[in-house]
Design a protein around this ligand. Structure first.
Ligand code: UDP
Length: 323
């Protein structure tokens, strides 16, 4: 198939391109290159377009597109609290622009990057798909709005979609020259690895007074190649199943910030100095996935189900020449 990967120059998008190419699909990347990396576009042509400029989108559909994978988004919880307009514009308006372009060009399948942030503060330990959705930050709210748009579009236009709610994407395909690099970097694992390498301004732990065993936030880390694999499975699923679908993607194991730092210390063999700072706005205490539905319906089994091997791949990327 020919897949249009919007945001394919970014972290999860570039790993999806790799997985698509490995499975024999043709890839076109659409990216505005604001936060993407040109050198990460290695498995297909790049169309320089912007989902906030609808008139630029048609050029990505000059060859018949069979399905879209949509990764373009602003995705920083803290920034979404301070700059919500940017989040609603990019993540909601931009997505509607893209869906309209798909409709103009007769493309009726999309895999959408959603997030655990749609759930807000969970009311139970394992979060399944039906868990109440009460996002506590604009980032999560913007993604939940798009899930609603996709459901309405299924009714109105017969759009087929799968929204994949990632928990915490982590790791890299260092041997293929891709990995996580954001500027500025806000995510825990890359920041811990920077601290291990003596780079950056020092690692801060955002709050140790949460209602968790060690007081720091608990998250479910899932390898980016396992996420990519779920996207391929979602393509197959849409072939069989019309309508709008949603799946949670995580390992089902929670690790606190301090546990992640300790795992990174073991993997790197280096000291990781940190300071305890204040809480970061918009962070729920615990987010752990039940991915039973993805396992059962998509046949998805994460290959990386422990935190150390995930961090090992992130460290290999950090130590690679492409980093
Ligand atoms: N975190 C931290 N220090 C950092 C980056 C993150 O203490 O330098 C914490 C953050 O507050 C959250 C967890 O680590 O509790 C995971 O944050 P990250 O930004 O990696 O992912 P998110 O959960 O926001 O998607």
């Amino acid at each position: 198939m020919h897949i249009l990967v919007c945001g394919g120059a970014g972290y999860v998008g570039s790993h999806a391109c790799l997985a698509l190419a490995r499975a024999g699909h043709e890839v076109t990347v659409l990216d505005n290159m604001l936060t993407g990396h040109r050198e990460a576009v290695r498995w297909g042509r790049l169309v320089d377009a912007d989902i906030l400029k609808p008139e630029t989108l048609d050029s990505a559909f000059d060859r018949k597109v069979d399905a879209v994978m949509h990764f373009c988004a602003r995705s920083l919880v803290g920034e979404s609290v301070t700059d919500p307009y940017a989040y609603y514009q990019n993540n909601v308006t931009g997505t509607v622009n893209l869906l309209e372009a798909m409709r103009r060009h007769g493309v009726d399948r999309v895999v959408f990057s959603s997030t655990a942030a749609v759930f807000g503060n969970p009311v139970s330990d394992m979060i399944d798909e039906d868990h109440p959705k009460n996002p506590i930050n604009p980032y999560g709210a913007s993604k939940l709005m798009v899930e609603r748009v996709l459901a309405d579009a299924a009714n109105a236009y017969g759009l087929r979609s799968v929204a994949l709610r990632y928990f915490n994407a982590a790791g890299a395909a260092a041997d293929e020259g891709i990995g996580e690099s954001h500027e500025p970097e806000t995510h825990l694992i890359p920041n811990a690895l920077k601290a291990a390498a003596g780079e950056g301004a020092g690692l801060k732990v955002f709050g140790n007074d949460y209602p968790t065993p060690d007081g720091t936030c608990v998250r479910d880390y899932v390898h980016v190649l396992d996420l990519a694999d779920a996207h391929l499975r979602a393509l197959d699923w849409m072939d069989r199943e019309p309508g709008a679908h949603r799946f949670n993607l995580g390992n089902g194991n929670g690790f606190s910030v301090l546990q992640v730092i300790e795992a990174a210390r073991k993997v790197t063999g280096r000291d990781i100095p940190y300071e305890i700072g204040p809480r970061r706005a918009g962070d729920p205490p615990v987010l752990v996935a039940s991915s039973a539905q993805a396992r059962e319906k998509l046949g998805w089994t994460p290959k990386f189900d422990r935190i150390e091997p995930i961090i090992e791949t992130a460290w290999a990327w950090h130590e690679s020449p492409a980093y």
